[in-house]
Design a protein around this ligand. Sequence first.
Ligand code: ZN
Length: 105
Amino acid sequence: MISMMKRVYTSATPMMAGFIRDVLENAGIRCTLKNYFLGSGAGDLPINETWPEIWVNAKDESCALAIIRLTLETQANAPAWTCPQCKELIEGQFHSCWKCGYTPQ
Ligand SMILES: [Zn+2]
């Protein structure tokens, strides 16, 4: 049921999306990876539209977000942050929101 699913993660990097999926599944959270293409060709497609997304059951959303946040903080040396404008969770190495373009002051 698509209405029961929540998107918890989007990444420009397929490898990172695969990694996050593994982390969630190891934590016992079932998730679905969408737009997951490894290999060449991605550069020819419109940006954003083909970025890998991870979806989980709505009941697992808050738990998944907490795990993802912790994982990203461990991975990057900069903490992940939530865009105040569109509420997207942004990886720490990005200084502006990839979704709406918001840049923190
Ligand atoms: Zn944003």
